[in-house]
Design a binder for this molecule. Structure first.
Ligand code: HEM
Length: 485
């Protein structure tokens, strides 16, 4: 009996201890002062994944009105916290790599870019490699690239007939890769190896699927082809680099800049690093630029007011400079610049930017709410969503390049990170001037030499692509004519 009583007492004590422990922890957690962001309501376990797979933009459109500018989605074992709008995304863009890093979230690029570069190296080396990019894209280099961009556009469009119908998406993709080959990969690739190299890049491209983001090394055929193509590209560039070195030849391209680059300790880049950096440049700039050229065209060809504004600007510059098109002439094209910038506001090809948080931090929303974001969260911001916020942009879904005109400058009204198509802050795009010059060179040629009409319906957005672009063909009827001054 005594033993039974003792057992009973021990049992009661155990249960009581558990209940008290639970109560204490429940009481203590709120007292720890953490003001966590609201959480997206989903089905347990896979609910978050399902919401995300339905399309992150759909989820943002549904949740932002309910939860506000900061909220968390439970995605399997990860927590993704979204920041929408310049007030809360400022820390995202400004934070140091030790607080918010790219390395983990962009790891899926490693098999494509290759070993020893960008997200495969620690931040100090990566910073040095980004310095190589900065140097390769300085204004004196850009001036040389522009001459090549103009030549490529002239050459490409000279192959069009006097009139006809083309898929503008296909045409501009092709021209962009030809131009990128010339300016970035170099003369040898452009003149002798273009077909081989572009086929290999095609395999690299097709090896980057949504599934690759989660499982970059999954043994699937697309990944095998990617790895084979990556190896072959390394061989091709090793040959080009060594023959340039042997011949003591120097060219005006990004390849040459990377060959000549040196780390702070004096070490020159290796052939493998040069190859990896070139692949990274092409991945950063190829689809993003060609997609933006297509959207710019689709909007201009369906907005007579802006089409005549950009045409008048061309006439004015032709009066001033004749047929000369160089870096400085392109830099005078403010109306065309705004027209591209506005297409990019509505359709930023990189719809979601990510970081991994390594320390706790707090954010304050526009309406004064404060949230604490614990370390370990993935943090995300969306250019595609933020660029259409109605409290920043008047009629945000309208194509209106003049919103960026001097005096209006809606992007500046709400602060530094309102317009984020090119990211900003610590990791802002290093290729932005290059991209604008390339798109301007294409449209300058088209506006001066052709009458164009969009004959297919206005394009839809292909949300399923890794770099979000235009769905289907964009059929355009053209007629050759000179823009009369
Ligand atoms: C319309 C064309 C382009 C768009 C929309 C674009 C967009 C972006 C965005 C949003 C980021 C920031 C990513 C982040 O914060 O996670 C970025 C970074 C970068 N972009 Fe671009 N990009 C374009 C063209 C280019 C071109 C042509 C190049 C090079 C030739 C380039 C090179 C880079 C590099 C090197 C970075 C990394 C910067 C860093 O992390 O410090 N981009 N780009």
């Amino acid at each position: 009996m005594d033993t039974d009583n003792k057992l009973f007492n021990v049992g009661v004590l155990l249960v009581a201890t558990l209940v008290v422990a639970k109560l204490i922890s429940a009481l203590l957690i709120p007292r720890s002062g953490k003001r966590l962001p609201p959480v997206v309501r989903t089905w347990p376990v896979v609910g978050g994944l399902l919401r995300f797979l339905k399309g992150p933009m759909v989820m943002l459109r549904e949740e932002y009105p309910k939860l506000g500018s900061v909220f968390t989605l439970n995605l399997l074992n990860k927590k993704i916290t979204f920041f929408i709008g310049p007030e809360v995304s400022a820390h995202f863009f400004k934070a140091s790599e030790s607080d918010l890093s790219q390395q983990e979230v962009y790891q899926f690029n490693v098999p494509t870019f290759g070993p020893g570069v960008v997200f495969d190296v620690d931040y100090t080396i990566r910073q040095e490699q980004f310095r190589f990019f900065t140097e390769a894209l300085r204004i004196n280099k850009l001036k040389g690239y522009v001459n090549q961009m103009v030549m490529e556009a002239e050459d490409y469009f000279s192959k069009w007939g006097d009139s006809g119908e083309v898929d503008l998406k296909y045409e501009l993709e092709h021209l962009t890769i030809l131009t990128a080959s010339r300016c970035l990969l170099g003369r040898e690739v452009r003149e002798k190896l273009f077909d081989d190299v572009s086929a290999l890049f095609h395999d690299l491209d097709n090896g980057m699927l949504p599934i690759s983001v989660i499982f970059p090394y999954l043994p699937i055929p697309a990944h095998h082809r990617r790895d084979k193509a990556r190896k072959k590209l390394a061989e091709i560039f090793a040959n080009i680099i060594s023959s340039r070195k042997c011949a003591g030849k120097s060219e005006e391209d990004m390849l040459q800049c990377f060959i000549d680059s040196k780390y702070k300790n004096g070490r020159p880049t290796t052939e493998a690093e040069v190859t990896g950096l070139l692949i990274a440049a092409l991945f950063a700039g190829q689809h993003t630029s060609s997609i933006t050229s297509v959207w710019t065209g689709a909007y201009l060809l369906t907005n007579k007011k802006y089409l005549s504004a950009v045409s008048n600007e061309q006439k004015h510059l032709m009066e001033k400079h004749g047929n000369n098109v160089d870096h400085d002439v392109l830099s005078e094209m403010d109306v065309l610049y705004r027209s591209i910038k506005e297409a990019l506001r509505l359709h930023p090809p990189l719809i979601m930017l990510l970081r991994s948080s390594h320390s706790d931090f707090s954010v304050k929303t526009r309406d004064g709410k404060e949230y604490d974001i614990p370390k370990g969260h993935i943090v995300a911001t969306s250019p595609a969503f933020a660029n259409r916020l109605p409290y920043i942009y008047q009629d945000p879904d309208q194509y209106d390049p003049d919103r960026f005109a001097v005096g209006r400058e809606e992007d500046k009204v709400a602060g530094a990170f309102s317009y984020i198509s090119f990211g900003g802050g610590r990791h802002g795009c290093l290729g932005e001037p290059f991209a604008y010059l390339q798109i301007k060179a294409i449209w300058t040629h088209l506006l001066r030499n052709f009458e164009l009409e969009l004959v297919s319906p206005f394009p839809e957005i292909d949300w399923n692509a890794m770099v979000v672009g235009v769905k289907g063909k964009v059929m355009v009827r053209y007629k050759r004519r000179q823009l009369s001054v």
